[in-house]
Ligand binder design. Sequence first.
Ligand SMILES: C[S@@+](CC[C@H](N)C(=O)[O-])C[C@H]1O[C@@H](n2cnc3c(N)ncnc32)[C@H](O)[C@@H]1O
Length: 343
Amino acid sequence: MYSNVIENTLLAYIANDESNSVPSLRCFSTPPSFGLVYEGPYQFRRVTQPGFVENEASTSKNVLACPICYKPLTWIGDSSLSIESAAGSSLQCNTCKKTYSGMGTHFDMTAASGSKDYGELMTPTTEFFRMPFMSFIYERGWRQNFVWGGFPGPEKEFELMKGYLKPVLGGNIIDASCGSGLFSRIFAKSGLFSLVVALDYSENMLKQCYEFVQQEANFPKENFLLVRADISRLPFAASSIDAVHAGAAIHCWPSPSTGVAEISRVLRPGGVFVGTTYIFDGPFNLIPFSRLLRQNMMQISGSYTFLSEREIEDLCRACGLVDFKCTRNRGFVMFTATKPSQN
Ligand SMILES: C[S@@+](CC[C@H](N)C(=O)[O-])C[C@H]1O[C@@H](n2cnc3c(N)ncnc32)[C@H](O)[C@@H]1O
């Protein structure tokens, strides 16, 4: 009853708002929650379309592409776009004559998937999260420790990123390097996106995400996919994605520049990238030879460490993203950059 009153008020508000309507990519000048009915923690019900992204790619299955040739794939088996499709379907590339199998919990869309003798070993930061122990403890204590470095915590991070994602709400989103799906699940339950792809290189993180989803009553399993892929080789068609989120991830990637370049390739014009990471500047710069030390650490470990705000901005720009903005809190940064619109 109460929610009906809210809903009617919202619809009336939206009807008024439509008088100055501009086509589909317009966003509200008020917070995005004005198009939604709040139904509990992270639960919103969408009450209207205006103000939300509406385009064919947002809801289409054709966003998934072969990670080798980037051509669209043919679905074989269960044709629904849901977390359960990985149990009954596979994806076939007619160009490469290769099949990407559903592994029960997720689709394996790494370039080497299906290889029998070849086993890939990535950098330590990538391999670290493939361990079953890590996927088990990640949301059971590990992630909570980020608060000491200035991470505000999932609820506040989601609130903050919604502001950045405002122009693309209603579109599809990739939660790149999703871990055990902390944010992917929030995105799905928010009702703010037409499709959520939870993507990670760690098969164990994806399995853990699947378990969390199964344990939750009324989880919206439609339009929610789990995909195993390398950030440097994203299985999506160019210009097909409205939003990419990469939480606490860029410092774990083997090559941040290849990752951001891939994100830039898959984002449609006007698409938004939001990431969080630890920042390496401010007091760190006062440590003598800090940059040299960091360089040596990177060479020894074979992995990247934390970047400065200027480096992240520079990286986004170098990969063709514009309009860089960020919010900082001690060692934490949430940054955003946009794929330029076509004129
Ligand atoms: C610190 S966790 C972040 C999880 C989650 N996004 C969050 O905000 O808590 C970093 C994630 O990056 C993933 N990762 C590392 N290397 C990757 C790669 N090459 N491609 C895709 N994901 C990768 C790891 O598997 C891990 O799940």
